[in-house]
Write a protein that binds this ligand. Sequence first.
Ligand code: ZN
Length: 513
Amino acid sequence: MNVARVASRAQLGLSAPRVEVEVHLGSGLPQFSIVGLPATAVKESKDRVRAALANCGFEWPAGRVTVNLSPADLPKEGCRYDLPIALGILLASEQVKFSAELLACYEFYGELGLAGELKPIRGVLLAAAHAARESRRIVVPTDNHSEARIAECSAAHASSLLAVCHLFTAHGGEVGTAAVLADSAPLPHATPLELADVRGQAAPKRALLVAAAGGHSLLLVGPPGTGKTMLAQRLPDLLPPLEGAEALDVAAIASVSGRGFDARDYGRRPFRAPHHSASANAIIGGGPQVRPGEVSLAHRGVLFLDELPEFDRRVLESLREPLESGVVSIARAALQVEYPARFQLIAAMNPCPCGYLGDVAGRCRCAPRQIARYRARISGPLLDRIDLRVEVPAVPSDELLGAGLALPDELTTARAAECVRVARALQMQRAAKLNADLTPAELREVCRLDRHCRLLLGRARSRLELSARGMHRVLRVARTIADLDAGQARPNGIETRHLGEALQLRRVCTTQG
Ligand SMILES: [Zn+2]
């Protein structure tokens, strides 16, 4: 045999198409060529494979070595193909022998170190999930094994090229240590953050509960040090844990990002808090490797933007697409990659540039013009997409003194999560979606307003200068508040107190000084 074929997969957004690594040994002048990889990746991969084979005691084949990665038009990163390329050379030169049936069931992934050790690669979870769907098995570097386990893929792992050869040649060709890993032990989870640890702030906590229950976006406005960040950090633990395909998607995004994936985070809602100096590529995704950005890393979880007016205006504008559609499209050359980005936006800002506007000690020295300019940095269209706005004031010292004494009616994480669970179950039963995602037509159906509500809404509309979009947002929030009031309201009815609270939660107006 002077030809060998070894299977692997590429990564394209959140898909993992099959790639066949074909090695051909020919006569003629010694030459090693790889086709189907970008030029720089070819050079690096060649050097690693050659060194690894030599250092593992194998011989480099005489004559011409041609490696073809097909299909050729798929974009490929080099590292993950090191192992299949090395195995292909060993098989084609008959330095190792694997049974043909066994080889046909397996896919191989791994970067080779110069001494033949296998190094982890990005995106194993995604490849494993696709392999599992097609009932195929995989071999991965040992450091990637926990990722492959999560995808419930039949995965063998190895720490070196020699160990892979041993797996496939020992035990009469059986993959002796390959484990079927659907019975994986439960992974330890981080403990939830406690809402009661944020002292006082009853109104912002209530707003956070409403946001969690209906999937609404939220803006927190207040001076520094009042707990805005602490509140935002607690949102993921108020949301129901991720399951099934949703959990797998979130883990796969982390796995293909530069950040990598920690198995302990599996099923946990992500919380991402990029700094305001972050670039549009970092937030939306892109760059030379078309990596997912923060909006995708926050998929099914929370994107927290602290100091919202400090973000680059173009970055804020680019948030509008994922906020509306739940996906981002990244274009590179002739290639278009889509990543899901259905996140819940929580933003925070100071009331003025110095942060102390309204402070009783009179610390704020900002001129009205400066304040107006600061607030105008957030565009109207973005602000219009934020359902809830609430002030997070400085906490009076007597409330701080009560720290440590849990009040009997205090909203705890466990209690809030239970309210959220019940309210979300109502929404799923009613419309199979969260209130934040209701269309205007659906809203008319599920927000039946009586005469008092219509009067209230009409008055508020002119007073708050609500756009049509703004009106819909108020109604969605009112629907959620009524759902939190479970059992009290008529099934699709809204009462004036629900509508009144929803209007209150939109009042904090940040565009006027
Ligand atoms: Zn100020």
